[in-house]
Design a protein around this ligand. Structure first.
Ligand code: GDP
Length: 527
């Protein structure tokens, strides 16, 4: 356990939200507290405003190879925080889902006006799959939001998680007066557009004191007293272990844009958020305290600038010490590799690093050696499990427009799908190549990149499927029968696993009812 101190210093997490709930704004406030940036406005949203390829390309070009926003590391009160960025656009949701495999906890931002939205629901599902600890930040309290109790109920019901209020708001919108910190028993008075300073914190050890009426007025004081009594009666102290096992989510109220209620959350975060956790592998669980290095690739980012074609593979360190220029074992390729320029990412710049520890994310220059899910070790042969592929929802057949470039097209399709941009399927018993994505934008990106990077031109023909499910059966004969009977709807993924392509929900449900021996899976682990 040579690296105990390093491990206990680290917290690796992601902020997730439905677009527009305030993820970028909150990220920026965190970086301000961490001293990683000095002024508001320094963090650019990686959001794609319009549904257009040109927009996406422009953003990618600006980000270039530095990908500075992919991981932001900063220190706060002697804790080293690695904040992993997730794309805002829903068409890139798969990238977000996979990033969640590389974090130890998340902060979920919910807009107090809109409540639980589509992406919130989906992201939480992914967190639940891995029992990821979640802290909820209810944002935009300066706007006329939903009733605070209704909001909690909605979040609990829709996201299927128990909540535990840590702060409690006094009104919302123009009457928003602040939040009462149930844990520290102090009142934080709302001041718009200023950095909430310590002067705004009023210590109220007992809510019955007249000081409360003085600060917020009689009416709101008595409402707060009632609310607080109710909450304390129901919830009591936060059961930290239930938070760590993903059963209970602490909740904070605030306004990211006004930097209000953010510090309270950050202080609690560094107190309770998990240190790098053990990770499951094909052989055993690997604790972060193991002396030997191990890690996996969870994201590959291509550079769209034609002058610099290299890609960056993002490695999450899971145990031991990663070192520059040291040979590590690439398990899938069964060869030893070393990296002379591994990068770490501070908020704006990238720096070559000499070493990294469990919880850290390192950017590795890659010329095509890596696939998502690849494992690096110090010699042992195991691979990390639990890095999922999600069932895509839009399907198109690839039509080769230039038979002279067939090889390039195939190579391009393989490499781009290795990056996790989309999934590649092959028609069962045939040759048709089918691309499955979660968003339409990815088809445009693939088409553009195939032409730019591989010189291959293709078109897509829409296919009438609505979901791909991986199929398995305990009895191979049953699987074989089903596959032959339904061959028009069967394809194989890149690893040769069988996939059933359903035309509609009705077809899918019918097949599931009629074929009880066949199991339909909506995610597939890469291993
Ligand atoms: P993201 O898509 O989740 O990254 O959301 P952004 O951080 O880009 O915020 C979306 C919009 O909400 C922006 O116009 C922000 O200025 C605004 N916003 C963020 N936080 C607050 C808040 O606390 N109150 C109000 N009224 N607006 C906010």
């Amino acid at each position: 356990m040579k690296y105990n101190n390093e491990i206990h210093k680290r917290r690796t997490f992601a902020i997730i939200s439905h677009p527009d709930a305030g993820k970028t704004t909150l990220t920026e406030k965190f970086l301000l507290f961490g001293g990683a940036i000095q002024t508001a406005g320094a963090v650019k949203s990686n959001k794609i405003k319009k549904h257009a390829t040109s927009d996406f390309m422009e953003i990618e070009r600006q980000r270039g190879i530095s990908v500075a926003t992919s991981v932001m590391s900063f220190e706060y009160k002697n804790i080293l925080i690695n904040l992993l960025d997730t794309p805002g656009h829903k068409d890139f949701a798969e990238d977000t889902y996979r990033t969640l495999t590389a974090v130890d906890s998340v902060i979920l931002v919910v807009d107090s006006v809109n409540g639980v939205e589509d992406q919130t629901r989906r992201l939480m599902e992914v967190c639940r799959m891995r029992d990821t600890p979640v802290i909820v930040f209810i944002n935009k309290m300066d706007r006329d939001g939903k009733n605070r109790f209704d909001l909690l109920e909605e979040i609990e019901n829709e996201l299927k998680i128990s909540l535990h209020p840590m702060t409690w708001p006094i009104n919302s919108g123009k009457d928003f007066k602040g939040v009462y910190n149930l844990h520290d028993k102090n009142l934080l008075l709302f001041t718009a557009n200023t950095k909430a300073a310590d002067d705004d914190v009023v210590q109220i050890s007992d809510l019955s004191l007249p000081l409360l009426d003085e600060k917020v007025g009689d009416k709101d004081a008595s409402i707060l007293r009632e609310d607080a009594e109710l909450i304390e009666g129901v919830y009591g102290e936060l059961p930290v272990n239930d938070y760590l096992s993903g059963k209970v989510a602490p909740v904070f109220f605030g306004s990211a844009i006004n930097n209000f209620g953010v510090k309270e959350m950050l202080d609690t975060f560094i107190r309770i958020a998990p240190v790098p956790r053990p990770r499951a592998t094909s052989v055993r669980d690997v604790p972060p305290t193991e002396d030997k290095f191990s890690g996996f690739i969870f994201k590959i980012h291509a550079n769209l600038d034609p002058k610099h074609r290299d890609r960056i593979a993002f490695l999450r360190v899971c145990s031991g010490k990663f070192e520059r220029n040291k040979y590590f074992h690439h398990v899938r390729l069964d060869k030893d590799v070393r990296f002379s320029n591994p990068y770490t990412f501070m908020a704006r710049d990238k720096d070559v690093i000499e070493e990294a520890y469990a919880g850290d994310v390192v950017g590795l220059f890659d010329t095509g050696n890596f696939k998502i899910g690849d494992t690096l070790t110090e010699g042992e042969n195991f691979f990390f499990t639990g890095i999922p592929s999600f069932s895509p929802e839009i399907f198109k057949e690839v039509i080769n427009k230039d038979p002279m470039k067939t090889k390039q097209l195939e190579k391009g399709l393989l490499q781009l799908t290795d990056e996790g941009v989309a999934q590649l399927f092959t028609q069962f018993g045939g040759n048709k190549k089918i691309i499955g994505c979660v968003g339409d934008l990815q088809f445009e990106v693939i088409q553009y990149r195939l032409l730019q990077e591989y010189g291959a031109s293709c078109e897509f023909r829409a296919l009438p499927y609505f979901k791909a499910c991986w199929i398995t059966a305990a009895d191979p004969k049953k699987l074989d029968e089903f596959t032959r009977f339904k061959s028009n709807n069967i394809a194989t993924d890149k690893d040769g696993h069988l996939v059933y392509l359903a035309q509609s929900e009705w077809f899918l449900n019918t097949e599931r009812t009629n074929n009880p021996d066949i199991e339909f899976h909506f995610t597939s682990e890469i291993h």
